[in-house]
Design a protein around this ligand. Structure first.
Ligand SMILES: Nc1nc2c(ncn2[C@@H]2O[C@H](COP(=O)(O)OP(=O)(O)OP(=O)(O)O)[C@@H](O)[C@H]2O)c(=O)[nH]1
Ligand SMILES: [Mg+2]
Length: 199
């Protein structure tokens, strides 16, 4: 398959900690969502073939802002703040929710959500909330079961199938992925291209 968009050209554009700091809603973008520590930033780096574009943290719950990366003037990748980290204070949780609501509420350019999950803990209650939220706003979802390198191929495919069965009928696509071992890139690019390129 020929990848049509030059993801490796992605450059940091800006961060938003408040709704009024979002990038102008033009062109097309894909957002990386998921629990803290699931590997959103790592997946973004791997897909853009850059080591340190998005900041990777050993401490979960660090990134509390929306980071925008520009591939070209019409295409963006967006790193969303993670959720589901127990030790985050209530005030942070509220701020997260406000910011996410501002972003999700009317985002014409948002073509789809890459929902990143740690394959060892797929579909937590927080993930279900995120799925419901995205579907309420009619955003497409593609799940990356990340950190697939933690399992051998057989067990990883078993989990994939189990999760696939659980989300059946919800119009969500899914694949295994490893940001660190760079596995599943082609499949992910295909979805990104499909979403980002105007047909
Ligand atoms: N084994 C393995 N580890 C991974 C993989 N992807 C990410 N990690 C590790 O998981 C940890 C969290 O990665 P991040 O990319 O910072 O996760 P995040 O979802 O952006 O986290 P927040 O920004 O805190 O929400 C880091 O220690 C990564 O090195 C993977 O595919 N395999
Ligand atoms: Mg991150």
């Amino acid at each position: 398959m020929a990848i049509k968009i030059n993801y490796e050209q992605a450059k940091f554009l800006t961060s938003a900690t408040r709704g009024n700091q979002l990038v102008e809603d033009l062109g097309a973008e894909v957002a990386f969502a998921g629990r803290s520590n699931s590997g959103k930033s790592s997946a973004l780096n791997t897909l853009s073939r850059q080591k340190a574009l998005a900041r990777i943290s050993k401490t979960p719950g660090r990134t509390q802002m929306i980071n925008f990366f520009q591939i070209d003037p019409l295409h963006r990748l967006v790193d969303l703040p993670g959720y589901g980290y127990a030790k985050v204070p209530e005030s942070t949780r509220l701020r997260w929710r406000n910011l996410m609501e501002c972003y999700f509420e009317h985002r014409e350019s948002l073509r789809g959500i890459l929902l990143i999950m740690d394959i060892r803990h797929p579909l937590t209650p927080y993930d279900w909330q995120m799925i419901e939220w995205c579907q309420y706003y009619n955003y497409e979802i593609h799940i990356l079961l990340n950190k697939a390198d933690k399992f051998r191929r057989g067990p990883a495919l078993n989990i994939l199938q189990r999760v696939q069965n659980t989300i059946k009928g919800k119009n969500i696509s899914i694949q295994t992925f490893s940001a660190t071992k760079r596995k599943g890139l082609e499949e992910a690019y295909e979805v990104l291209d499909l979403w980002l390129i105007d047909r």
